[in-house]
Write a protein that binds this ligand. Structure first.
Ligand code: E4P
Length: 249
């Protein structure tokens, strides 16, 4: 019997990851049913005040039903491979995040040949992303806002990268990270990237719109105003003594 959930996930061509290491935020976003994975980096971990790095990452790996990117903290190839092999034992959904530089490319080649998933990060140009893809990266991460900071159009970098990957049947997936505004996110969604990794300060407000809120309140006010103490739903759903909602048949 084919797993319907897996088919649906396979059919959807854009994924959303949460760009945070905060366990409470990840639990909350998970409960919304909107995230497919998670990305972390050394700054995100420092900002979350993580001291037990292994323990914390293992909690995220257990919580998230999808890929979790954990970044190496060195530019030395041997240390990178040592860290990568250690991370890979922490969970099946580990993706080792490697810097876009020569040791990072070398490590990507070795790890992808070993079947370990990799995410080459801090790519600011199509040429970097294509090199990472050639080295066998599972994901190539393109940094939207940091590209825009340099005065370049990030959407062109992503579109060109996607076009070249598709044209040459390269299997790497594009992650866009480094978002600073909602308009970045909407524009990025139209570029054909496979994944958007969104920081929690933006992700937690994506659902909100003042007109949506006032409209829902208007609906409920009208309903409650008409039914007053004779609400048919209140008759069907009761609160039990221990505060649980129970349905009355
Ligand atoms: C994601 O993988 C990146 O590490 C992150 O989005 C970078 O964001 P920043 O440019 O805001 O540091």
């Amino acid at each position: 019997m084919l797993d319907e959930k897996k088919i649906k996930k396979w059919l959807i061509t854009m994924e959303i990851f949460a760009d945070t290491a905060n366990l409470n935020e990840l639990q909350e976003f998970n409960s919304w049913g909107v995230i497919d994975g998670c990305t972390t980096n050394p700054i995100i971990c420092v900002k979350s005040g993580i001291t037990d790095f292994e323990g914390h990452m293992k909690k995220i790996l257990a919580m998230i039903d999808g890929p979790v990117s954990i970044e190496v903290t060195t530019n030395d190839l041997d240390e990178m491979l040592m860290q990568a092999h250690m991370f890979a034992t922490w969970g099946d959904n580990v993706v080792v995040k490697l810097p876009m530089n020569i040791p990072g490319l070398k490590a990507t080649k070795v790890l992808s040949e070993e079947g370990i998933k990799t995410n080459v990060t801090a790519c600011m140009s199509t040429k970097q992303a294509i090199l990472a893809a050639k080295a066998g990266a599972t994901y190539v991460s393109i940094f939207w806002a940091r590209i825009e900071d340099m005065g370049y159009d990030a959407s062109i970098v992503v579109k060109d990268t996607r076009e070249i990957l598709d044209k040459h049947r390269m299997q790497s997936k594009i992650i866009i990270g480094s978002f600073r505004s909602m308009s970045h996110i909407i524009t990025a969604m139209k570029t054909g990237a496979h994944v958007l990794t969104i920081p929690s300060d933006l992700l937690k407000n994506m659902h909100w719109n003042p007109r949506t809120e006032s409209t829902i309140n208007e609906f409920l006010d009208q309903w409650n105003g008409f039914h007053k103490d004779n609400d048919p739903m209140a008759k069907k759903i009761l609160v039990s003594q221990d505060g649980e909602l129970v349905r009355k048949h």
